[in-house]
Design a protein. Structure first.
Length: 422
């Protein structure tokens, strides 16, 4: 890297890398460092060269056949030149001196304005035509902050309903450009779901989820790509029906059916351990499956598990908590002190357990499921008069009032849970 003074100003002189010969006709470039101090010039040289590389990369992308990449490249190139990208209409409304500044910034190699830079600074790069399926492709990158901390299985479950919503919309309305989606299109899509609700194929809640995920994709792309569209997404949801809650297992069913000797022998060891661990902790199945040697703590005064964002996202910040281990749950974790690698960050646990319980007549009613053990634990705490804050802390639920102090000690909570444990 060579720094030399030209007149009163230092410049950076470098040969153009082979990669950029297609967009840079000069063999060597001189880049002004805008200073007459050699020390300052040397401190600015690396950044100046990086900006030059960014500009060349943007110009390479600007030659892409992909309209989306071309438009994004124009934004990047304009920024490296010290301007915000504006379309031609907006450029035309600028004060004359601002337009002149843009024109003068266009390189003129061989006495011909560079066409890529001219299109960028004067705003003539064609806007991308973003279809609904293209919007979904863009969404995965634009909404990536929502995926931070998710496990592989959580990513799958996050992506699946959005893929489904877009697929459903395209099957009904077509793969339209999102700028051309009309109110009639959205009402047609709503009617599709209404017909299915009336036919008993889906619930209103399921239809609403599809509408919510579709809206999330379209609104995110509209906002983050600065499209400025007035999307016709309002007042489409259906009145939700009564939520179906899983009934709890009765205490008698747990003691005489689930915990009777040999009842769970046909279930694989790790799934059986997770089921028994849930009996006196009420954790969510995914929370139990995600536990590791670091979050299963048996060698202490109060054996307990710690629900933490260890390689996965928690359902909410309230879900981070510690739960004492008692009774059959403590015995289960003593057999699996390092956790349950077979089911860690996988979605198969509930399906395996529910199939076993159903096949072996261990569901109290057809509406019961593995998750019913969580409801049973809460009902036992309620019947024992355990304080609402303690119950919510154990379940990872939000408290509907201000939290004061640290809450009950682990020792105290363990004593309370031991009184209702099986």
């Amino acid at each position: 890297m060579s720094i030399a003074k030209r007149g009163r100003t230092y410049h950076l002189r470098r040969r153009v890398p082979r990669r950029y010969r297609r967009v840079e006709p000069r063999g060597t470039v001189w880049i002004s460092l805008h200073t007459d101090s050699e020390t300052v010039a040397r401190s600015k040289a690396d950044r100046a060269w990086s900006q030059m590389i960014e500009a060349w990369e943007a110009r390479l992308a600007g030659n892409s056949a992909d309209a989306e990449a071309r438009h994004e490249a124009a934004r990047d190139l304009a920024r490296t030149r010290g301007f915000g990208y504006l379309d031609a209409g907006a450029v035309a409304k600028l004060p004359v001196e601002d337009v002149v500044e843009r024109v003068e910034a266009i390189p003129v190699p061989a006495k011909q304005p560079d066409p890529v830079e001219a299109a960028t600074l004067l705003g003539t790069v064609p806007k991308p035509r973003t279809t609904v399926t293209k919007a979904l492709e863009l969404y995965w990158t634009l909404a990536r902050e929502k995926t931070f901390g998710k496990s592989e299985d959580q990513m799958r479950r996050w992506e699946a309903p959005r893929n489904k919503a877009i697929k459903n919309f395209v099957s009904v309305v077509g793969d339209k450009e999102i700028a051309n989606i009309t109110r009639d299109d959205m009402l047609d899509f709503r009617q599709h779901w209404l017909d299915r609700i009336e036919a008993g194929e889906v619930t209103a809640n399921s239809a609403n989820k599809d509408l919510i995920h579709l809206g999330d994709v379209l609104k995110t792309v509209n906002t983050m790509k600065r499209l400025g569209l007035d999307l016709p997404l309002g007042e489409l949801s259906f009145k939700q029906g009564e939520a179906r809650t899983r009934p709890p297992f009765s205490n008698d069913w747990i003691t005489t059916r689930l915990l009777t000797p040999g009842a769970l022998d046909g279930l694989n060891n790790e799934a059986r351990g997770l089921l028994l661990g849930m009996v006196n902790t009420g954790y969510r199945p995914s929370e139990g499956a995600a536990l590791t040697v670091d979050t299963i703590r048996l060698d202490c005064d109060v054996p307990h598990i710690s629900i933490e964002p260890d390689g996965r996202q928690l359902k909410s910040h309230h879900a981070r908590r510690v739960i004492p281990l008692t009774g059959v749950s403590l015995k289960a974790f003593e057999q699996f002190p390092e956790g349950f690698p077979r089911y860690r960050n996988r979605a198969t646990l509930s399906a395996v357990v529910n199939k076993f319980l159903r096949t072996n007549g261990l569901l109290e009613t057809p509406r019961h499921s593995f998750y019913s053990l969580r409801h049973s634990f809460e009902d036992r705490m309620l019947a024992a008069g355990i304080d609402d804050r303690i119950r919510r802390d154990l379940f990872g639920h939000r408290l509907d009032r201000e939290r004061y102090g640290k809450g009950a000690s682990l020792e105290h909570v363990a004593e309370l849970v031991a009184r209702i444990a099986f």
